[in-house]
Design a protein. Structure first.
Ligand code: ATP
Ligand code: MG
Length: 563
Protein backbone atom coordinates (compact mmCIF):
# COMPACT_ATOMS: atom_id res chain seq x y z
CA UNK A 1 0.00 0.00 0.00
CA UNK A 2 1.41 3.37 -0.91
CA UNK A 3 1.79 6.01 1.73
CA UNK A 4 -0.87 8.11 0.11
CA UNK A 5 -3.51 5.44 0.32
CA UNK A 6 -2.57 4.75 3.91
CA UNK A 7 -2.98 8.45 4.66
CA UNK A 8 -6.37 8.53 2.96
CA UNK A 9 -7.58 5.59 4.99
CA UNK A 10 -6.40 7.07 8.23
CA UNK A 11 -7.81 10.52 7.63
CA UNK A 12 -10.36 10.22 10.44
CA UNK A 13 -7.93 8.66 12.85
CA UNK A 14 -5.72 10.86 14.95
CA UNK A 15 -1.99 10.38 14.84
CA UNK A 16 -0.61 8.80 17.98
CA UNK A 17 -0.59 11.17 20.94
CA UNK A 18 -0.17 11.09 24.69
CA UNK A 19 -3.83 10.20 25.18
CA UNK A 20 -3.38 7.11 23.08
CA UNK A 21 -0.44 6.14 25.23
CA UNK A 22 -2.69 6.30 28.29
CA UNK A 23 -5.33 4.24 26.50
CA UNK A 24 -2.77 1.68 25.37
CA UNK A 25 -1.68 1.26 28.96
CA UNK A 26 -5.27 1.02 30.23
CA UNK A 27 -6.05 -1.67 27.69
CA UNK A 28 -2.85 -3.57 28.40
CA UNK A 29 -3.48 -3.51 32.15
CA UNK A 30 -7.12 -4.45 31.76
CA UNK A 31 -8.43 -1.23 33.34
CA UNK A 32 -10.89 -1.13 30.43
CA UNK A 33 -11.48 -3.67 27.74
CA UNK A 34 -12.89 -1.20 25.22
CA UNK A 35 -12.67 2.49 24.33
CA UNK A 36 -15.74 4.68 24.54
CA UNK A 37 -15.46 8.45 24.17
CA UNK A 38 -17.94 11.28 23.77
CA UNK A 39 -18.08 14.74 22.27
CA UNK A 40 -20.08 16.90 24.70
CA UNK A 41 -20.91 20.33 23.23
CA UNK A 42 -23.02 22.79 25.13
CA UNK A 43 -25.72 23.93 22.69
CA UNK A 44 -25.11 27.61 23.29
CA UNK A 45 -23.43 28.52 20.01
CA UNK A 46 -22.11 27.12 16.76
CA UNK A 47 -19.12 24.81 16.70
CA UNK A 48 -15.74 26.29 15.83
CA UNK A 49 -12.39 24.97 14.67
CA UNK A 50 -11.40 24.31 18.29
CA UNK A 51 -14.35 21.98 18.60
CA UNK A 52 -13.20 20.31 15.39
CA UNK A 53 -10.00 19.43 17.22
CA UNK A 54 -12.03 17.86 20.01
CA UNK A 55 -14.34 16.07 17.53
CA UNK A 56 -11.40 14.63 15.59
CA UNK A 57 -9.78 13.57 18.82
CA UNK A 58 -12.86 11.92 20.33
CA UNK A 59 -14.27 10.29 17.21
CA UNK A 60 -10.79 9.59 15.83
CA UNK A 61 -9.68 7.88 19.03
CA UNK A 62 -12.81 5.73 19.11
CA UNK A 63 -12.21 4.75 15.51
CA UNK A 64 -8.57 3.95 16.11
CA UNK A 65 -9.48 1.53 18.91
CA UNK A 66 -12.60 0.20 17.16
CA UNK A 67 -14.59 1.71 19.99
CA UNK A 68 -17.54 4.08 20.12
CA UNK A 69 -18.02 7.81 20.41
CA UNK A 70 -21.25 9.43 21.58
CA UNK A 71 -22.59 12.84 20.78
CA UNK A 72 -23.91 14.34 23.99
CA UNK A 73 -25.50 17.72 24.32
CA UNK A 74 -24.49 19.17 27.61
CA UNK A 75 -27.74 21.04 28.14
CA UNK A 76 -27.71 21.61 31.88
CA UNK A 77 -27.82 25.39 31.62
CA UNK A 78 -31.26 26.23 30.21
CA UNK A 79 -30.76 29.98 29.93
CA UNK A 80 -28.36 30.06 27.00
CA UNK A 81 -29.46 27.09 24.98
CA UNK A 82 -31.32 26.90 21.74
CA UNK A 83 -32.64 24.33 19.23
CA UNK A 84 -30.91 26.20 16.39
CA UNK A 85 -27.57 25.39 17.98
CA UNK A 86 -28.43 21.71 18.35
CA UNK A 87 -29.30 21.41 14.68
CA UNK A 88 -26.16 23.24 13.60
CA UNK A 89 -23.96 21.08 15.80
CA UNK A 90 -25.42 17.86 14.36
CA UNK A 91 -24.94 19.16 10.85
CA UNK A 92 -21.33 20.19 11.47
CA UNK A 93 -20.26 16.92 13.11
CA UNK A 94 -21.81 14.98 10.21
CA UNK A 95 -20.22 17.27 7.66
CA UNK A 96 -16.82 16.63 9.20
CA UNK A 97 -17.53 12.99 8.44
CA UNK A 98 -18.21 11.55 11.87
CA UNK A 99 -21.10 9.33 12.89
CA UNK A 100 -22.56 8.92 16.36
CA UNK A 101 -24.90 6.23 14.97
CA UNK A 102 -27.72 5.78 17.48
CA UNK A 103 -25.85 7.40 20.33
CA UNK A 104 -27.03 10.98 20.47
CA UNK A 105 -27.80 11.93 24.05
CA UNK A 106 -28.70 14.94 26.14
CA UNK A 107 -27.51 15.54 29.67
CA UNK A 108 -31.14 16.52 30.31
CA UNK A 109 -32.06 12.88 29.60
CA UNK A 110 -30.43 12.18 32.94
CA UNK A 111 -32.09 14.84 35.10
CA UNK A 112 -34.08 12.25 37.04
CA UNK A 113 -31.02 10.05 37.57
CA UNK A 114 -28.90 13.02 38.50
CA UNK A 115 -31.52 13.93 41.08
CA UNK A 116 -31.51 10.38 42.47
CA UNK A 117 -27.73 10.51 42.71
CA UNK A 118 -27.97 13.74 44.69
CA UNK A 119 -30.42 12.12 47.07
CA UNK A 120 -27.96 9.25 47.45
CA UNK A 121 -25.18 11.69 48.33
CA UNK A 122 -27.41 13.41 50.88
CA UNK A 123 -28.24 10.06 52.45
CA UNK A 124 -24.53 9.27 52.71
CA UNK A 125 -23.98 12.58 54.44
CA UNK A 126 -22.02 13.78 51.43
CA UNK A 127 -24.24 16.67 50.35
CA UNK A 128 -26.19 19.39 52.10
CA UNK A 129 -28.57 22.21 51.37
CA UNK A 130 -26.92 25.57 52.00
CA UNK A 131 -28.77 28.86 52.50
CA UNK A 132 -25.80 31.18 52.09
CA UNK A 133 -26.12 33.68 49.27
CA UNK A 134 -23.89 33.33 46.21
CA UNK A 135 -21.81 36.21 47.55
CA UNK A 136 -21.43 34.60 50.96
CA UNK A 137 -20.46 31.30 49.42
CA UNK A 138 -17.76 33.09 47.50
CA UNK A 139 -16.48 34.77 50.66
CA UNK A 140 -16.51 31.54 52.65
CA UNK A 141 -14.63 29.73 49.92
CA UNK A 142 -11.28 31.30 50.81
CA UNK A 143 -8.43 31.83 48.37
CA UNK A 144 -5.41 30.02 47.05
CA UNK A 145 -3.48 31.07 50.16
CA UNK A 146 -6.27 30.94 52.69
CA UNK A 147 -8.44 27.97 53.61
CA UNK A 148 -12.19 28.22 53.34
CA UNK A 149 -14.71 28.56 56.15
CA UNK A 150 -17.44 26.02 56.75
CA UNK A 151 -21.00 27.04 56.02
CA UNK A 152 -23.24 27.26 59.10
CA UNK A 153 -25.63 24.92 57.22
CA UNK A 154 -22.99 22.27 56.64
CA UNK A 155 -24.09 20.05 59.49
CA UNK A 156 -27.78 19.88 58.79
CA UNK A 157 -29.23 16.44 59.40
CA UNK A 158 -29.81 14.03 56.53
CA UNK A 159 -33.57 14.32 57.17
CA UNK A 160 -33.55 18.10 56.97
CA UNK A 161 -31.42 18.03 53.82
CA UNK A 162 -33.73 15.49 52.18
CA UNK A 163 -36.75 17.59 53.07
CA UNK A 164 -35.22 20.85 51.83
CA UNK A 165 -33.89 19.29 48.63
CA UNK A 166 -37.31 17.79 47.86
CA UNK A 167 -38.87 21.19 48.43
CA UNK A 168 -36.25 22.82 46.22
CA UNK A 169 -37.34 20.48 43.45
CA UNK A 170 -40.99 21.16 44.18
CA UNK A 171 -40.50 24.83 43.53
CA UNK A 172 -41.05 26.12 47.05
CA UNK A 173 -38.03 28.44 46.98
CA UNK A 174 -36.95 31.34 44.85
CA UNK A 175 -33.97 31.39 42.55
CA UNK A 176 -30.70 31.82 44.40
CA UNK A 177 -32.09 31.26 47.88
CA UNK A 178 -30.63 27.78 48.37
CA UNK A 179 -28.21 25.40 46.74
CA UNK A 180 -27.16 21.81 47.19
CA UNK A 181 -23.46 21.46 47.93
CA UNK A 182 -21.14 18.49 47.99
CA UNK A 183 -19.65 18.03 51.45
CA UNK A 184 -15.99 17.57 50.81
CA UNK A 185 -13.33 19.71 52.44
CA UNK A 186 -13.30 23.47 53.04
CA UNK A 187 -9.56 23.31 53.74
CA UNK A 188 -8.63 21.53 50.53
CA UNK A 189 -5.77 23.17 48.64
CA UNK A 190 -7.95 22.70 45.55
CA UNK A 191 -10.69 25.30 45.67
CA UNK A 192 -12.94 23.14 43.49
CA UNK A 193 -13.11 20.69 46.40
CA UNK A 194 -14.32 23.26 48.95
CA UNK A 195 -17.91 22.08 49.07
CA UNK A 196 -18.78 22.93 45.47
CA UNK A 197 -22.35 23.74 44.52
CA UNK A 198 -23.93 20.82 42.67
CA UNK A 199 -27.55 22.03 42.26
CA UNK A 200 -29.00 25.49 41.91
CA UNK A 201 -32.55 26.79 41.81
CA UNK A 202 -33.54 28.34 38.52
CA UNK A 203 -37.15 28.74 37.50
CA UNK A 204 -36.29 28.62 33.85
CA UNK A 205 -37.96 26.89 30.94
CA UNK A 206 -35.72 24.20 29.45
CA UNK A 207 -35.82 23.52 25.70
CA UNK A 208 -36.38 19.80 26.30
CA UNK A 209 -37.79 19.30 29.78
CA UNK A 210 -40.00 22.38 29.68
CA UNK A 211 -41.04 23.49 33.16
CA UNK A 212 -40.60 20.09 34.76
CA UNK A 213 -37.53 21.21 36.67
CA UNK A 214 -36.72 24.33 38.61
CA UNK A 215 -33.43 23.00 39.93
CA UNK A 216 -30.56 22.30 37.57
CA UNK A 217 -27.33 20.35 38.17
CA UNK A 218 -23.94 22.03 37.79
CA UNK A 219 -21.58 20.95 35.04
CA UNK A 220 -18.93 19.49 37.38
CA UNK A 221 -21.54 17.25 38.93
CA UNK A 222 -23.58 16.32 35.86
CA UNK A 223 -20.64 15.59 33.60
CA UNK A 224 -19.00 12.66 35.42
CA UNK A 225 -22.36 11.04 36.05
CA UNK A 226 -23.43 11.46 32.42
CA UNK A 227 -20.13 9.89 31.37
CA UNK A 228 -20.59 6.98 33.75
CA UNK A 229 -24.20 6.40 32.68
CA UNK A 230 -23.05 6.15 29.07
CA UNK A 231 -20.21 3.75 29.95
CA UNK A 232 -17.62 6.23 28.74
CA UNK A 233 -14.08 5.03 29.41
CA UNK A 234 -12.00 8.09 28.56
CA UNK A 235 -13.55 11.50 29.11
CA UNK A 236 -11.36 13.84 27.11
CA UNK A 237 -11.62 17.55 27.87
CA UNK A 238 -9.60 20.73 27.71
CA UNK A 239 -6.92 21.76 30.17
CA UNK A 240 -8.99 24.20 32.20
CA UNK A 241 -10.73 21.18 33.74
CA UNK A 242 -7.53 19.72 35.10
CA UNK A 243 -8.17 21.20 38.56
CA UNK A 244 -11.70 19.86 38.43
CA UNK A 245 -10.55 16.27 37.97
CA UNK A 246 -10.45 15.50 41.73
CA UNK A 247 -14.11 16.54 41.88
CA UNK A 248 -14.91 14.41 38.83
CA UNK A 249 -13.34 11.43 40.57
CA UNK A 250 -14.94 12.24 43.92
CA UNK A 251 -18.46 12.27 42.47
CA UNK A 252 -18.00 8.89 40.78
CA UNK A 253 -16.35 7.35 43.80
CA UNK A 254 -18.99 8.54 46.28
CA UNK A 255 -21.73 7.27 43.99
CA UNK A 256 -19.88 3.95 43.78
CA UNK A 257 -19.90 3.60 40.02
CA UNK A 258 -18.12 0.45 38.97
CA UNK A 259 -15.24 0.89 36.56
CA UNK A 260 -15.68 4.66 36.37
CA UNK A 261 -14.51 6.73 33.40
CA UNK A 262 -11.23 8.59 33.49
CA UNK A 263 -10.87 12.27 32.68
CA UNK A 264 -7.91 13.26 30.49
CA UNK A 265 -7.11 16.87 29.65
CA UNK A 266 -5.43 18.29 26.57
CA UNK A 267 -4.53 21.81 25.44
CA UNK A 268 -7.29 23.62 23.60
CA UNK A 269 -6.66 25.00 20.17
CA UNK A 270 -5.88 28.67 19.85
CA UNK A 271 -5.29 30.27 16.46
CA UNK A 272 -3.58 33.53 15.61
CA UNK A 273 -5.89 36.40 14.57
CA UNK A 274 -8.88 34.46 15.86
CA UNK A 275 -11.16 34.43 18.87
CA UNK A 276 -12.48 31.07 19.86
CA UNK A 277 -14.77 31.69 22.79
CA UNK A 278 -18.40 31.13 21.92
CA UNK A 279 -19.37 34.10 24.02
CA UNK A 280 -17.26 36.40 21.88
CA UNK A 281 -18.34 34.76 18.66
CA UNK A 282 -21.96 35.19 19.71
CA UNK A 283 -21.30 38.86 20.32
CA UNK A 284 -19.90 39.28 16.83
CA UNK A 285 -23.08 37.71 15.45
CA UNK A 286 -25.59 39.45 17.69
CA UNK A 287 -24.09 42.87 17.21
CA UNK A 288 -23.84 42.27 13.49
CA UNK A 289 -20.12 42.72 13.06
CA UNK A 290 -20.41 39.72 10.77
CA UNK A 291 -23.06 38.19 8.53
CA UNK A 292 -24.16 35.47 10.95
CA UNK A 293 -22.48 32.44 12.47
CA UNK A 294 -21.54 31.24 9.00
CA UNK A 295 -19.86 34.45 7.89
CA UNK A 296 -16.83 33.22 5.91
CA UNK A 297 -14.52 35.15 8.26
CA UNK A 298 -15.77 33.28 11.32
CA UNK A 299 -13.71 30.40 12.75
CA UNK A 300 -16.93 28.40 13.04
CA UNK A 301 -17.27 25.12 11.15
CA UNK A 302 -20.18 26.66 9.24
CA UNK A 303 -18.12 29.76 8.44
CA UNK A 304 -15.20 27.67 7.25
CA UNK A 305 -17.57 25.59 5.13
CA UNK A 306 -19.06 28.68 3.54
CA UNK A 307 -15.59 30.09 2.99
CA UNK A 308 -14.70 26.94 1.07
CA UNK A 309 -12.84 24.77 3.56
CA UNK A 310 -13.31 21.03 3.20
CA UNK A 311 -13.68 18.41 5.94
CA UNK A 312 -10.49 16.81 4.63
CA UNK A 313 -8.50 20.01 5.10
CA UNK A 314 -9.86 20.57 8.60
CA UNK A 315 -9.12 16.98 9.62
CA UNK A 316 -5.65 17.20 8.12
CA UNK A 317 -5.09 20.40 10.11
CA UNK A 318 -6.27 18.77 13.34
CA UNK A 319 -3.92 15.90 12.69
CA UNK A 320 -0.98 18.18 11.95
CA UNK A 321 -1.39 20.28 15.11
CA UNK A 322 -1.44 17.14 17.22
CA UNK A 323 -2.64 16.77 20.78
CA UNK A 324 -0.56 17.87 23.72
CA UNK A 325 -0.74 19.11 27.28
CA UNK A 326 1.14 22.29 26.54
CA UNK A 327 -0.85 25.37 25.54
CA UNK A 328 0.29 26.97 22.32
CA UNK A 329 -1.18 29.20 19.66
CA UNK A 330 -1.23 27.75 16.18
CA UNK A 331 -0.39 29.95 13.20
CA UNK A 332 -3.54 30.36 11.11
CA UNK A 333 -1.35 29.93 8.05
CA UNK A 334 -1.09 26.25 8.84
CA UNK A 335 -4.86 25.96 8.37
CA UNK A 336 -4.56 27.84 5.09
CA UNK A 337 -1.76 25.54 4.00
CA UNK A 338 -4.01 22.53 4.60
CA UNK A 339 -6.82 23.79 2.35
CA UNK A 340 -4.38 24.69 -0.42
CA UNK A 341 -2.92 21.21 -0.26
CA UNK A 342 -6.36 19.65 -0.39
CA UNK A 343 -7.63 21.68 -3.35
CA UNK A 344 -4.45 21.79 -5.38
CA UNK A 345 -4.85 18.59 -7.37
CA UNK A 346 -8.63 18.32 -7.17
CA UNK A 347 -9.94 21.61 -8.49
CA UNK A 348 -10.10 23.06 -11.97
CA UNK A 349 -8.01 26.15 -12.65
CA UNK A 350 -10.22 28.74 -14.21
CA UNK A 351 -9.69 32.25 -15.49
CA UNK A 352 -11.33 35.08 -13.61
CA UNK A 353 -10.35 38.72 -13.74
CA UNK A 354 -10.92 40.22 -10.34
CA UNK A 355 -10.19 43.88 -11.11
CA UNK A 356 -10.89 44.24 -14.82
CA UNK A 357 -9.20 46.46 -17.36
CA UNK A 358 -10.49 46.35 -20.91
CA UNK A 359 -8.16 45.44 -23.75
CA UNK A 360 -9.05 45.82 -27.44
CA UNK A 361 -6.96 43.74 -29.82
CA UNK A 362 -7.10 46.04 -32.80
CA UNK A 363 -5.86 43.62 -35.47
CA UNK A 364 -8.12 40.76 -34.38
CA UNK A 365 -11.13 40.40 -36.72
CA UNK A 366 -14.31 41.90 -35.38
CA UNK A 367 -16.98 39.31 -34.66
CA UNK A 368 -14.52 36.41 -34.69
CA UNK A 369 -14.57 33.93 -31.83
CA UNK A 370 -12.01 31.20 -31.29
CA UNK A 371 -12.35 28.48 -28.71
CA UNK A 372 -9.00 28.05 -27.05
CA UNK A 373 -7.99 24.82 -25.43
CA UNK A 374 -7.21 25.02 -21.71
CA UNK A 375 -6.10 22.24 -19.43
CA UNK A 376 -8.21 22.08 -16.32
CA UNK A 377 -5.30 21.34 -14.03
CA UNK A 378 -1.78 21.23 -15.38
CA UNK A 379 -0.63 19.18 -12.42
CA UNK A 380 -3.41 16.65 -12.84
CA UNK A 381 -3.91 15.73 -16.52
CA UNK A 382 -6.73 13.36 -15.56
CA UNK A 383 -8.91 16.41 -15.07
CA UNK A 384 -9.04 16.94 -18.83
CA UNK A 385 -9.45 20.21 -20.64
CA UNK A 386 -12.06 22.73 -21.69
CA UNK A 387 -12.61 25.38 -24.37
CA UNK A 388 -12.48 29.06 -23.55
CA UNK A 389 -13.86 31.68 -25.96
CA UNK A 390 -11.41 34.30 -27.20
CA UNK A 391 -12.40 37.44 -29.06
CA UNK A 392 -11.34 40.97 -29.96
CA UNK A 393 -12.17 42.51 -26.62
CA UNK A 394 -10.94 40.99 -23.41
CA UNK A 395 -10.43 41.91 -19.78
CA UNK A 396 -7.14 41.59 -17.96
CA UNK A 397 -6.23 42.46 -14.37
CA UNK A 398 -5.58 46.14 -13.72
CA UNK A 399 -2.48 45.04 -11.84
CA UNK A 400 -1.07 43.34 -14.91
CA UNK A 401 -0.55 46.68 -16.61
CA UNK A 402 1.71 49.55 -15.59
CA UNK A 403 2.25 52.66 -17.58
CA UNK A 404 5.65 53.35 -16.02
CA UNK A 405 6.84 50.00 -14.78
CA UNK A 406 9.78 49.40 -12.48
CA UNK A 407 12.69 47.33 -13.77
CA UNK A 408 11.56 43.81 -13.08
CA UNK A 409 7.98 44.21 -14.24
CA UNK A 410 7.45 41.67 -17.01
CA UNK A 411 3.76 42.05 -17.58
CA UNK A 412 2.06 44.55 -19.84
CA UNK A 413 3.36 48.08 -20.38
CA UNK A 414 3.49 50.33 -23.44
CA UNK A 415 5.51 48.60 -26.15
CA UNK A 416 5.86 45.32 -24.26
CA UNK A 417 4.63 41.91 -25.36
CA UNK A 418 3.18 39.25 -23.05
CA UNK A 419 1.55 35.89 -23.44
CA UNK A 420 -2.16 35.61 -22.85
CA UNK A 421 -2.55 32.30 -21.10
CA UNK A 422 -3.95 29.64 -23.50
CA UNK A 423 -4.16 32.21 -26.34
CA UNK A 424 -1.77 34.56 -28.17
CA UNK A 425 1.05 36.99 -27.57
CA UNK A 426 -0.21 40.55 -27.41
CA UNK A 427 1.68 43.81 -27.45
CA UNK A 428 0.51 47.03 -25.88
CA UNK A 429 0.30 49.80 -28.46
CA UNK A 430 -1.78 52.49 -26.83
CA UNK A 431 -3.19 53.54 -23.49
CA UNK A 432 -6.63 55.14 -23.45
CA UNK A 433 -7.42 57.43 -20.53
CA UNK A 434 -10.48 59.15 -19.25
CA UNK A 435 -10.13 62.73 -20.42
CA UNK A 436 -11.28 64.20 -17.16
CA UNK A 437 -9.79 61.95 -14.53
CA UNK A 438 -6.74 60.62 -16.32
CA UNK A 439 -7.72 57.13 -15.23
CA UNK A 440 -6.68 54.32 -17.58
CA UNK A 441 -9.86 52.91 -19.07
CA UNK A 442 -8.66 50.80 -21.96
CA UNK A 443 -5.59 49.37 -23.62
CA UNK A 444 -5.17 48.93 -27.34
CA UNK A 445 -3.04 45.99 -28.26
CA UNK A 446 -2.09 43.96 -31.32
CA UNK A 447 -1.73 40.19 -31.39
CA UNK A 448 0.53 37.94 -33.42
CA UNK A 449 -1.51 35.14 -35.08
CA UNK A 450 1.63 32.98 -35.27
CA UNK A 451 1.85 32.68 -31.50
CA UNK A 452 -1.33 30.75 -30.83
CA UNK A 453 -1.08 28.55 -27.78
CA UNK A 454 -0.49 24.91 -28.72
CA UNK A 455 0.78 25.80 -32.20
CA UNK A 456 4.35 24.99 -31.25
CA UNK A 457 5.50 28.55 -31.94
CA UNK A 458 9.13 29.02 -30.92
CA UNK A 459 9.97 32.23 -32.77
CA UNK A 460 10.60 34.30 -29.66
CA UNK A 461 9.97 34.27 -25.98
CA UNK A 462 8.15 36.62 -23.67
CA UNK A 463 8.72 36.90 -19.96
CA UNK A 464 5.20 37.52 -18.74
CA UNK A 465 2.06 35.41 -18.93
CA UNK A 466 -1.23 36.90 -17.83
CA UNK A 467 -4.79 35.63 -17.65
CA UNK A 468 -7.85 37.16 -19.31
CA UNK A 469 -11.51 36.63 -20.12
CA UNK A 470 -13.38 37.45 -23.31
CA UNK A 471 -15.45 40.58 -22.68
CA UNK A 472 -18.38 39.39 -24.76
CA UNK A 473 -18.52 36.02 -23.04
CA UNK A 474 -17.41 36.68 -19.51
CA UNK A 475 -19.93 36.54 -16.69
CA UNK A 476 -20.12 39.34 -14.19
CA UNK A 477 -19.61 38.07 -10.67
CA UNK A 478 -19.27 39.35 -7.16
CA UNK A 479 -15.97 38.27 -5.69
CA UNK A 480 -15.34 38.54 -1.96
CA UNK A 481 -11.81 38.68 -0.65
CA UNK A 482 -11.23 38.07 3.02
CA UNK A 483 -8.59 38.98 5.51
CA UNK A 484 -8.34 38.20 9.23
CA UNK A 485 -11.28 39.44 11.24
CA UNK A 486 -8.97 40.73 13.96
CA UNK A 487 -5.96 42.97 13.71
CA UNK A 488 -4.04 41.53 16.62
CA UNK A 489 -2.18 38.28 16.25
CA UNK A 490 -3.12 37.28 19.77
CA UNK A 491 -6.62 38.59 19.96
CA UNK A 492 -8.10 37.92 23.34
CA UNK A 493 -8.68 41.27 24.86
CA UNK A 494 -12.14 41.84 26.30
CA UNK A 495 -12.20 45.58 26.13
CA UNK A 496 -11.28 45.87 22.50
CA UNK A 497 -13.94 43.44 21.44
CA UNK A 498 -16.55 45.33 23.36
CA UNK A 499 -16.47 48.29 21.03
CA UNK A 500 -15.21 46.46 17.98
CA UNK A 501 -11.94 48.37 18.09
CA UNK A 502 -9.69 45.54 17.11
CA UNK A 503 -11.71 44.35 14.17
CA UNK A 504 -9.88 44.58 10.89
CA UNK A 505 -11.74 47.19 8.81
CA UNK A 506 -10.43 45.49 5.67
CA UNK A 507 -11.49 41.97 6.53
CA UNK A 508 -13.91 41.96 3.60
CA UNK A 509 -13.33 43.43 0.15
CA UNK A 510 -16.08 43.09 -2.45
CA UNK A 511 -15.15 43.23 -6.12
CA UNK A 512 -17.06 43.42 -9.37
CA UNK A 513 -15.26 40.86 -11.43
CA UNK A 514 -15.53 38.92 -14.66
CA UNK A 515 -15.25 35.16 -14.73
CA UNK A 516 -15.07 32.77 -17.64
CA UNK A 517 -18.52 31.61 -18.83
CA UNK A 518 -18.18 28.02 -17.61
CA UNK A 519 -18.32 29.34 -14.05
CA UNK A 520 -21.87 30.60 -14.49
CA UNK A 521 -23.11 27.04 -13.97
CA UNK A 522 -21.23 26.49 -10.74
CA UNK A 523 -23.26 25.18 -7.83
CA UNK A 524 -23.21 26.41 -4.24
CA UNK A 525 -20.09 25.32 -2.32
CA UNK A 526 -18.30 24.29 -5.52
CA UNK A 527 -14.62 25.21 -5.46
CA UNK A 528 -12.12 26.28 -8.09
CA UNK A 529 -8.73 27.74 -8.46
CA UNK A 530 -8.83 31.11 -10.21
CA UNK A 531 -5.40 31.16 -11.81
CA UNK A 532 -2.94 33.45 -10.08
CA UNK A 533 -5.64 34.67 -7.66
CA UNK A 534 -6.24 31.81 -5.29
CA UNK A 535 -8.90 29.26 -4.46
CA UNK A 536 -12.55 30.30 -4.58
CA UNK A 537 -15.82 28.84 -3.42
CA UNK A 538 -19.33 29.55 -4.65
CA UNK A 539 -21.16 31.30 -1.81
CA UNK A 540 -23.91 29.12 -0.39
CA UNK A 541 -26.12 31.97 0.77
CA UNK A 542 -26.05 34.75 -1.79
CA UNK A 543 -25.06 33.08 -5.06
CA UNK A 544 -27.60 33.00 -7.89
CA UNK A 545 -27.26 32.15 -11.57
CA UNK A 546 -27.92 35.79 -12.38
CA UNK A 547 -25.45 37.03 -9.85
CA UNK A 548 -22.69 34.56 -9.14
CA UNK A 549 -20.87 35.12 -5.85
CA UNK A 550 -17.45 33.67 -5.13
CA UNK A 551 -15.63 33.69 -1.80
CA UNK A 552 -11.89 33.54 -1.78
CA UNK A 553 -10.92 30.58 0.39
CA UNK A 554 -7.24 31.42 0.37
CA UNK A 555 -4.64 32.98 -1.88
CA UNK A 556 -2.24 30.73 -3.78
CA UNK A 557 0.89 31.40 -1.84
CA UNK A 558 1.92 32.00 1.69
CA UNK A 559 5.19 32.76 3.32
CA UNK A 560 4.56 29.95 5.75
CA UNK A 561 6.73 26.85 5.55
CA UNK A 562 5.42 23.94 7.59
CA UNK A 563 8.17 21.55 8.72
P1 ATP B 1 -16.20 28.06 24.66
O1 ATP B 1 -15.23 28.39 25.73
O2 ATP B 1 -15.78 28.46 23.29
O3 ATP B 1 -17.61 28.44 24.97
P2 ATP B 1 -16.67 25.42 25.59
O4 ATP B 1 -15.55 24.59 26.04
O5 ATP B 1 -17.56 25.99 26.63
O6 ATP B 1 -16.14 26.48 24.56
P3 ATP B 1 -18.32 23.27 24.76
O7 ATP B 1 -19.51 23.29 23.90
O8 ATP B 1 -18.50 22.94 26.19
O9 ATP B 1 -17.59 24.65 24.58
O10 ATP B 1 -17.21 22.32 24.13
C1 ATP B 1 -17.43 20.99 23.74
C2 ATP B 1 -16.12 20.27 23.73
O11 ATP B 1 -15.21 20.90 22.85
C3 ATP B 1 -15.49 20.28 25.11
O12 ATP B 1 -15.02 18.97 25.37
C4 ATP B 1 -14.38 21.26 25.00
O13 ATP B 1 -13.33 20.91 25.82
C5 ATP B 1 -14.01 21.18 23.52
N1 ATP B 1 -13.45 22.45 23.06
C6 ATP B 1 -13.99 23.67 23.13
N2 ATP B 1 -13.16 24.62 22.66
C7 ATP B 1 -12.04 23.98 22.25
C8 ATP B 1 -10.80 24.39 21.68
N3 ATP B 1 -10.54 25.67 21.42
N4 ATP B 1 -9.88 23.44 21.40
C9 ATP B 1 -10.14 22.15 21.65
N5 ATP B 1 -11.28 21.69 22.19
C10 ATP B 1 -12.22 22.58 22.51
MG1 MG C 1 -18.15 24.14 28.10
Amino acid sequence: MTNNIANEMNKDVQSANFIHNIIDKDLAEGVYDNVHTRFPPEPNGYLHIGHAKSICLNFGTAKKYKGLCNLRFDDTNPIKEDIEYIESIKKDVKWLGFDWEDRMFYASDYFEKLYDCAVQLIKKGKAYVCDLTAEEIRQYRGTLTEVGKESPYRNRSVEENLDLFTRMRNGEFNDGTRVLRAKIDMASPNINMRDPVIYRISHTHHHRTGDEWCIYPMYDYAHPISDALEDITHSICTLEFEDHRPLYDWVLQELEFENPPKQIEFARLDLTYTVMSKRKLRKLVEEKYVDGWDDPRMPTISGLRRRGYTPEAIKDFCDKIGVAKRISTVDIQLLEHCIREDLKMKKARMMAVLKPLKVVITNYPEGQIEYMNAENNQENPEMGSRKIPFSREIYIEQDDFMENPPKKFFRLFPGNEVRLMNAYFVKCEEVVKDEKTGEIIELRCTYDPETKSGSGFTGRKVKGTIHWVSAAHAVKAEVRLYDHLFLEENEDSEATLMDGMNLNPKSLEVLESYVEPALAEAAAEEKFQFVRNGYFCVDSKDHTVDRPVFNRVVSLKSSYKPE
